[in-house]
Design a protein around this ligand. Structure first.
Ligand code: PA5
Length: 443
């Protein structure tokens, strides 16, 4: 099986060999902390061996639940936010046909809710679902997050109104904590089918649990191949036979220390847009703390070369890029020859569109390196379940290693509570009386 590869050649002119060498012991120590559990946040290391520890029984059970939802529903709404949303969205978008509403055609359309509090978004979704046979996968590790809780209350009311409570309950699956949280209480009361998110797997590392696997299976994709790809990367990374995660973690820290404060994840395939969103959460929440951390950004090229390209080429030199290159396009499409050649394109007639895309990618990488932007490259063989599984584990492992090199706890996210406290205070949530008084004094 072909594996993903990391190419650091485009960064070598920006970091000294001795700077990289100096970080190798830190990288090795960081990997050891992940495997022996001696680092900060070591109660959240369940993801490290998750792929190999995921049983076929669980995958079969998820596939069976997905089949049941497929039989009952034309549309399934996956409700969740952050780590309870982005992994499934990233994989489904990467594997889906860009225009057919769903593939294969016997699977329901998978939509998402609870990832925002947009009133228009939820209203329009309700309208869309009005004449549809729909089901709900509600995902919240804590079971108390406001955004998905609102969406679930609204859509559950609609489902019950359309189907009756008993039938509605057959079409709702909850993925949550085994014991705690309002969602667990509700699921137990109503008798929903449930899956458990283990205590030791944080939200942003949970795509390979039922959090991501159930929506992905409902969308018709092969979760066994996805997990298999991750297993291969897990074994190779933990045994040391593949050092790509370590190399990526070391280079990005060396670049950060040299003043490159922003990392831009670049794709040349629009199907990877949400993979960039997933990656931004993974690295942003893991590293941005103690007033440290690389700011993770993402662009979709060549689209964004016509908007952000100028800044990247000539703006402040505080950025580096990590390009996800897809070696092989799924389909073949050649540019036609045209006698009149009025558009002047005959010089590329007969070439595949992907060949032009690849030259745009190479040309851009060279231009950016020449312009002072270090370039790392992660090459995936093709966009398949297996290579996405590899890529997910690769970035998770590199994130853990990188966070420990940076000397932060990569597995907590204390900063995300600040807005919640203020929001609850402003909404006068019971229990927040002091905060309400304090915040009212500020506005
Ligand atoms: O990575 C995280 O922990 C967060 O992004 C959570 O996934 C997000 O806040 C959703 O939390 P929950 O699944 O508890 O609703």
């Amino acid at each position: 099986m072909e594996k993903i590869q990391v190419n650091v050649g485009g960064a070598s002119a920006f970091v000294s060999a001795s700077g990289i060498e100096a970080l190798v012991p830190d990288g090795k120590a960081a990997l050891a902390k992940l495997t022996d559990g001696t680092g900060l946040g070591n109660d959240f290391l369940g993801w490290v061996k998750l792929p190999t520890e995921t049983s076929d029984e669980l995958l079969d059970d998820i596939n069976a639940t997905a089949s049941r939802l497929c039989e009952l529903c034309d549309v399934v709404v996956a409700i969740g936010i952050g780590g309870s949303y982005l992994g499934a969205k990233a994989v489904i978008e990467a594997l889906s046909n860009s225009f057919a509403s769903y593939i294969p055609s016997n699977t329901p359309k998978v939509l998402f809710a609870g990832q925002n509090i947009g009133e228009d978004y939820l209203y329009e979704l309700k309208e869309y679902l009005r004449d549809k046979k729909f089901g709900i996968i509600v995902i919240s590790k804590s079971g108390t997050t406001t955004e998905p809780a609102i969406a679930f209350r609204v859509l559950r009311e609609q489902l019950e109104a359309q189907m009756g409570r008993e039938e509605a309950n057959k079409r709702i699956v909850a993925v949550t904590d085994e014991h705690r949280g309002a969602l667990r209480t509700l699921a137990n009361t109503e008798g929903y089918k449930t899956y458990v998110i283990a205590d030791n797997v944080g939200g942003r590392f949970s795509v390979l649990t039922p959090v991501g696997l159930l929506p992905i299976a409902v969308a018709g994709f092969d979760i066994k191949a996805l997990v298999e790809g991750a297993r291969q990367m897990e074994k190779a990374t933990l045994s040391g036979s593949d050092s790509s995660a370590m190399t990526y973690a070391i280079y990005r820290n060396a670049l950060y220390r040299s003043g490159k404060k922003i990392e831009i994840l670049v794709n040349y395939n629009p199907k990877l847009h949400f993979f960039g969103e997933w990656w931004k959460q993974l690295y942003g929440e893991s590293e941005g703390k103690d007033h440290k951390g690389i700011y993770p950004a993402a662009v979709d090229n060549t689209t964004d070369l016509h908007s952000m390209g100028q800044w990247i080429q000539e703006g402040e030199r505080i950025i580096f890029e990590t390009v996800i290159s897809v070696a092989k396009a799924d389909n073949e499409l050649r540019i036609p020859f045209e006698e009149s050649n009025l558009d002047g394109l005959n010089y590329i007639a007969g070439k595949r569109v992907d060949e032009v895309n690849k030259m745009a990618e190479l040309g851009t990488r060279i231009a950016h390196i020449d312009g002072g932007v270090p370039n790392l490259q992660v090459v995936m063989p093709a966009i398949t379940e297996q290579s996405l599984g590899q890529l997910i584990y690769f970035f998770e492992a590199a994130c853990g290693i990188s966070g420990y090199i940076l000397d932060v706890n990569p597995f907590n996210q204390p900063g995300v509570e600040a807005y919640k406290r203020n929001m609850f205070a402003l909404l006068e949530k019971p229990g927040y009386e002091e905060e309400t008084a304090a915040i009212k004094a500020k506005i």
